[in-house]
Design a protein around this ligand. Structure first.
Ligand code: 13P
Ligand code: SF4
Length: 324
């Protein structure tokens, strides 16, 4: 649940937008002593103005290390909330407070508390794509880039609940040979990819490699020659000798892929229907204009109760210690 006051939704957009938004944002950055952190799924303009772009783990680490007074988080709510958990004294701004996450929403705190209570001998490993309330009920947090490494460090005889993503959970089970009790959550974007269309693309582009994010269903993952977090996918495209890739994750990342591997060709994996549902509707709520207004008005700000923050901090710190 979003804990930010309703009043902060009204990011009062008074006055006119400056003609040079990039320059105006740079000047507000100095005024606020702010750092702009952006996820790879943000629109190209936001990626281009960000001080740091990364996957969830890299962004959490960047938020932990920053000396800025304010963090402008161009990503979704759970990411900005993570930054606040790590930085209680900093101003954390999210350009659009409605930038949520279907995966985080698929794990409501009350239902999860009951699930956890029914399995008291289980350790809870939660994917970072969850609310602060779920983090507070967890023993260790993980991201798509360290989930396998974290589960491998837990003694074999220890039963584990893995939440909220069943697809990442199933992938971790395959990689570690562990039996995890999975919460049945998922991401609407990563479940939209069509196995049939990926196979058709592979036939039409026989030299292309398919690469995928572990939030995809196993029917898609089985066609991928590389599976990894957004940062890992980006790194793989740069280092692989292959010139053409079918990319099964949110296509926002293709902006960086094209910038860093400009001699290569990237084909976004298509959704099942003729829609744009492979674009994350939550990530895309943030725009350069909203980022400007958030910095100008210093709202919407992420806030949370200190009890929840402290409870959520413990498993976050455990993750950071276990993934050095
Ligand atoms: P990454 O940590 O791989 O960037 O994943 C974040 C995410 O939300 C994927 O949908
Ligand atoms: Fe959440 Fe999926 Fe969007 Fe990632 S792509 S932020 S998991 S809804």
């Amino acid at each position: 649940m979003f804990t930010t006051a309703l009043a902060q939704r009204e990011n009062t957009q008074l006055g006119e937008l400056p003609l040079d938004l990039f320059a105006a944002i740079q000047s507000l950055k100095k005024e606020l002593n702010a750092v702009i952190l952006a996820h790879y799924y943000q629109e190209p303009d936001i990626q281009d103005i960000a001080d740091f772009i990364g996957d969830s783990l890299q962004l959490a680490k960047a938020a932990e290390k920053t000396n800025a007074d304010a963090i402008v988080f161009a990503g979704v709510h759970f990411m900005a909330e993570t930054a606040k958990i790590l930085n209680p004294d900093k101003l954390v701004l999210l350009p659009d407070l409605d930038a949520g996450c279907s995966l985080a929403d698929s794990c409501p705190p009350e239902a999860f508390a009951a699930f956890k209570a029914a399995h008291p001998d289980h350790l809870v490993v939660s994917y970072i794509n969850c609310s602060a309330d779920i983090k507070a009920m967890s023993d260790i947090i993980c991201t798509s880039s360290n989930a396998v490494k974290i589960v491998e460090q837990i003694p074999k005889e220890q039963p584990i609940i893995f939440a909220p993503d069943r697809n990442l959970g199933r992938y971790v089970m395959e990689q570690t040979g562990r039996d995890l009790l999975l919460w049945q959550g998922s991401c609407i974007v990563h479940e939209t990819f069509s196995e049939k269309k990926i196979v058709q693309l592979k036939i039409a582009h026989p030299e292309a490699e398919a690469i995928a994010h572990p939030e995809c269903e196993s029917s898609v993952l089985r066609h991928a020659s590389f599976i990894g977090s957004t940062a890992a996918l980006l790194k793989y495209c740069q280092s692989s000798p292959t010139k053409e890739f079918i990319v099964a994750t949110e296509p926002g990342i293709i902006h960086q892929m094209q910038k860093l591997a400009f001699d290569k060709h990237f084909i976004p994996a298509p959704p099942m229907n003729n829609c744009a549902c492979n674009e994350c509707p939550f990530m895309r709520l943030n725009t350069l204009e909203k980022l400007y207004w958030a910095m100008k008005n210093r709202t919407p700000e992420i806030t949370m109760s200190e009890d929840i923050r402290l409870a959520a901090l413990r498993p976050m710190q455990r993750m950071l210690e276990m993934s050095v």
